[in-house]
Design a protein. Structure first.
Length: 420
């Protein structure tokens, strides 16, 4: 199977800003193995979080119980995100110097080693360090997969495949969550760490794909300063950081609203929140069709509207089904937003800068997750649990309205013709 790939005709001179590239088209062999690899590679970020969640309470008891044990168990989860936020740019530098395929192999190896360390490591600080390494490796896998997808898909085909990858992530995350619960219950809280060894067979797929997987060595031929390429994208990163921060409100704060409403059962809360996973799958699966029908600008407006409406639903909710609907809408919007952001940055960045562009997007994502509680917790204490959701909904609606009024030409969601 062959596809057309666009590559730059010549490198930009030092200091030049990227414009519409003069390009030539060359034919690249792309096998079903490559497609499978690019699809499967998207699951590791979600697996990093979901595989350990069911054993969180038991892990807290293992590390002493009480508040100290709970904090230790929570940090086992959250430090992986910190590793992805800080390690992504490092993995992008490795990709630029050694090539995407080499970086992907390194990232998969570190993911397997760092992730499975929990099977034997008992010292909490060594376990924290292993999770940070795993998070950095997870970012490297995501960067490599996104860059390779951008190299092999253009136009509407790119967001469509990114949507399929996101849907696969949601489906495997849901299954992994259920499987991890059974594993932890039957074999102990450490056993789910073995699931991270799935990176090893994926390494085998990379080796079987051969050097052609990383044949687009544009990162070694374009020599323009990265700052001149990434610098003009800072308004996009700032916008995405704000959106990501707001999007985590429902996941990190809804449990407090549910508890205040008398829904304190962890099992019941999990069932309500699970609606988000199912609709996240739907958001990724149909993104390609939405992109063809609406274009990136209107998808951004629609996604912002969905994020605002799910927060508004929490504010006015009259019963559990309202919360289920809110989580479902949030999941759909989350799936669409991740594909939107990935496709936007892959389109705006030059091929040589795509690893760095994706690394900074992941940093913005996890930074938003980190910042959200610092902003929303004081807000909830000041105005009330439900009222905090109303404030967030109002801010999102205001931003959606601004994008609507600005129009597609000046919108952050407007992309060049190559992506349309």
């Amino acid at each position: 199977m062959t596809i057309a790939r666009t590559v730059p005709e010549a490198p930009l001179p030092d200091g030049a800003l990227p414009g519409p590239p003069a390009a030539r088209t060359e034919t690249v062999a792309t096998t079903p193995l490559t497609y499978t690899l690019l699809l499967v590679a998207g699951m590791f970020g979600g697996l990093m979080q979901t595989a350990l969640t069911p054993g969180l309470a038991v892990a807290g008891e293992h590390f002493g119980g009480g508040g100290a044990g709970a904090i230790t168990a929570q940090m086992i989860i959250t430090l992986a995100g910190v590793g992805a936020m800080l390690g992504g740019p490092i993995m992008a530098v490795l990709a630029r110097r050694a090539g995407i395929r080499t970086m992907l192999l390194v990232a998969l190896a570190v993911y397997a080693i760092g992730g499975s360390a929990g099977l034997v490591v008992d010292n909490r600080y060594l376990l924290f360090a292993s999770r940070i390494l795993q998070g950095a490796a997870s970012a490297g896998i995501a960067i490599a997969a996104s860059t390779l997808i951008a190299d092999r898909f253009t136009g509407a085909a790119r967001p469509q495949f990114l949507g399929f990858q996101r849907a696969f992530l949601a489906a495997t995350g849901f299954c992994a969550l259920l499987l991890a619960g059974q594993i932890a219950e039957n074999f102990g809280w450490r056993a789910p760490f073995a699931m991270f060894l799935l990176a090893l067979p994926v390494m085998l797929l990379v080796l079987l794909a051969g050097p052609a997987l990383g044949s687009a060595r544009v990162e070694a031929t374009e020599r323009q300063p990265l700052l001149s390429v990434i610098g003009p994208l800072w308004p996009i990163y700032l916008t995405l950081l704000c959106i990501f921060t707001a999007s985590y409100t429902i996941y990190l704060n809804l449990p407090f609203v549910l508890a205040a409403e008398g829904i304190r059962s962890p099992a019941m809360q999990a069932q309500i929140l699970a609606a988000g996973t199912a609709c996240h799958f739907a958001g990724g699966l149909i993104y390609g069709r939405l992109f063809k029908a609406l274009g990136s600008h209107w998808i951004l407006v629609l996604t912002l509207g969905c994020l605002a409406s799910c927060n508004l639903l929490v504010y006015v909710a009259l019963g559990p089904l309202w919360f289920v609907a809110a989580c479902g809408i949030a999941g759909f919007a989350g799936g669409a937003m991740m594909v939107f952001a990935t496709n936007l940055l892959l389109t705006r960045a030059t091929p040589a800068a795509r690893p760095q562009a994706m690394a900074l997007m992941l940093s913005a994502l996890y930074l938003g997750q980190f910042v959200n509680p610092m902003l929303t917790t004081p807000l909830r204490l000041a105005v009330g649990n439900r009222e905090a959701f109303l404030v967030v909904a109002s801010l999102l609606l205001a931003f959606a309205a601004s994008q609507l009024l600005l129009g597609s030409k000046r919108s952050v969601g407007a992309v060049p013709a190559e992506a349309a």
